[in-house]
Design a protein around this ligand. Structure first.
Ligand SMILES: *Cc1c(COP(=O)(O)O)cnc(C)c1O
Length: 440
């Protein structure tokens, strides 16, 4: 496979060189550094609606959308106005305020079974805190997660499977003590029997089973509802708490997240991304009995200087309010379906082994084609190299995708039919280029 054709971006490259002298890898979060696709990350000057503008003055139709939060689009007028008004009233109080209560009310009303929420400053913090709460409530220590699901970068969750599914986890990052990782067991997605066997043996040690019900951090690995229902059933049988990590799927696949989409209720759920409307924010929540175990009412500690920050609450409120008009999800579905149809037609015509996987406004190019991929070990081995060519083909044509084969694309309400059609044309041209010169 030939190398991707990379377009120069002089001002971005200059800034990136400077960034690398003062910031590790030149970035605040590793995937932004373009290591997986080659070339230099675009430095962004401004963003509006479905578009980004970089410091070289180029405009891009954006499908990263800050990795999920911006379901209304960049710089949505209602969000900008709410944040500006909130900032003028003070950026942080370190004391309770009304917008927190409002947002908590909206979230509890939107999400099935949720009676209480606690705000945090990120999805990572929400996932980390939900584990502590589950351990506090159950008096158990073991955590179960699934290979291919990401739950932020807390120590206990940066863990990958050992050789056998039921072995102790081992760290997937330096700096995570083996002793901490040993308390996390990693099981395969899409395998009801493996979970059943594991729980039969270790169920009584398990505080929580964490899952991204719509796994969207290692491709879009859509699960069978029966598998998710089996996870629910086995947690109940063994007294473990089921935690849905809805940091991406919450307010995205439906107002009530995956719990609404699949009609399944977790015991606890973690949120982030859309909840903060583009400002740093997360939350976790569940039934009252469980959540009241948190300090100050209960013995499990969680706190945060900027938790419930007024700007984040204002952005979150403006965003979720716009989504409570349920036509938002119908619109996103219509736009997603339009993109899916157009890409499927181009792929059929080109005969390329690739497939657009989609759930509502989430999409992923599954290179390798074939049947639905539900586990990371089923992704084609050359997917990343193929994607690098595809990615740069899109970027040169003014379409910004995530700089990694394993990240999903996000539609927003700012992506109208014209943007969808433009994207479909660009995707087809970039796919043709990515597969050029190869036998079908
Ligand atoms: C993004 C993400 C997180 C982490 O959230 P941050 O705000 O980046 O800390 C956790 N879980 C899932 C499913 C995510 O997609």
């Amino acid at each position: 496979m030939s190398e991707p054709e990379i377009e120069p971006a002089p001002r971005s490259q200059e800034l990136f060189a400077r960034a690398q002298q003062v910031m590790p890898g030149g970035v605040s979060s590793p995937v932004r550094a373009y290591r997986a696709v080659g070339g230099s990350p675009r430095f962004i000057a401004s963003a509006k609606g479905a578009h980004l503008r970089d410091v070289d003055g180029r405009e891009y139709l954006d499908f990263v959308m800050s990795w999920g939060p911006l379901i209304l689009g960049h710089a949505h007028p209602a969000v900008v106005a709410a944040v500006q008004a909130a900032a003028a009233r003070g950026t942080s109080y370190g004391a309770p305020h009304e917008a927190e209560v409002e947002l908590a009310r909206l979230v509890t009303r939107s999400y099935p079974g949720l009676e209480r929420v606690r705000f945090t400053s990120s999805g990572t913090e929400a996932a980390q805190s939900v584990i502590r709460l589950a351990r506090g409530v159950t008096g158990r220590s073991r955590i179960v997660k699934f290979a291919g699901c990401y739950h932020g970068h807390a120590d206990a969750l940066l863990v990958e499977a050992g050789s056998g599914a039921a072995t102790l986890g081992h760290p997937s990052s330096a700096g995570v003590p083996a002793e901490v990782a040993a308390l996390t067991s990693v099981l395969p997605l899409d395998d009801d029997a493996a979970l059943e066997r594991f729980m039969a043996e270790h169920g009584r040690e398990v505080a929580a089973v964490l899952i991204e019900p719509v796994p969207a951090n290692h491709g879009l690995l859509l699960q069978r509802r029966e598998f998710l229902a089996a996870v629910r059933r086995l947690c109940t049988r063994h007294g473990a708490l089921l935690v849905f990590d809805e940091v991406i799927s919450g307010f995205r696949v439906a107002l009530g997240g995956a719990a609404e989409l699949y009609d399944l209720r977790p015991d606890l759920a973690a949120f982030g991304k859309i909840l903060g409307g583009g400002l740093p924010c997360g939350a976790f929540g569940g039934g009252a009995a469980c959540m009241e175990q948190l300090a100050p009412n209960g013995p499990t500690y969680h706190a945060g200087t900027l938790s419930g920050n007024p700007l984040a609450m204002a952005a979150g409120l403006a965003t979720i309010r716009a989504l409570t008009d349920r036509s938002a999800y119908a619109t996103l579905e219509t736009r997603g379906a339009r993109l899916e149809r157009a890409v499927a037609a181009a792929v059929h015509e080109g005969g390329w082994p690739v497939r657009l996987v989609r759930q509502g406004s989430l999409f992923w190019f599954s290179f390798g084609g074939g049947e639905a991929v539900r586990r990371p070990d089923r992704i084609a081995p050359d997917a990343a190299a193929r994607y690098a060519r595809f990615f740069h083909g899109c970027l040169r044509r003014g379409v910004n995708l995530a700089p990694s084969a394993f990240e999903v694309g996000f539609l927003s309400l700012a992506h109208g039919e014209a943007e969808i059609d433009q994207a479909a044309t660009v995707f087809a041209a970039a796919l043709r280029e990515a597969f050029a010169g190869e036998p079908r």
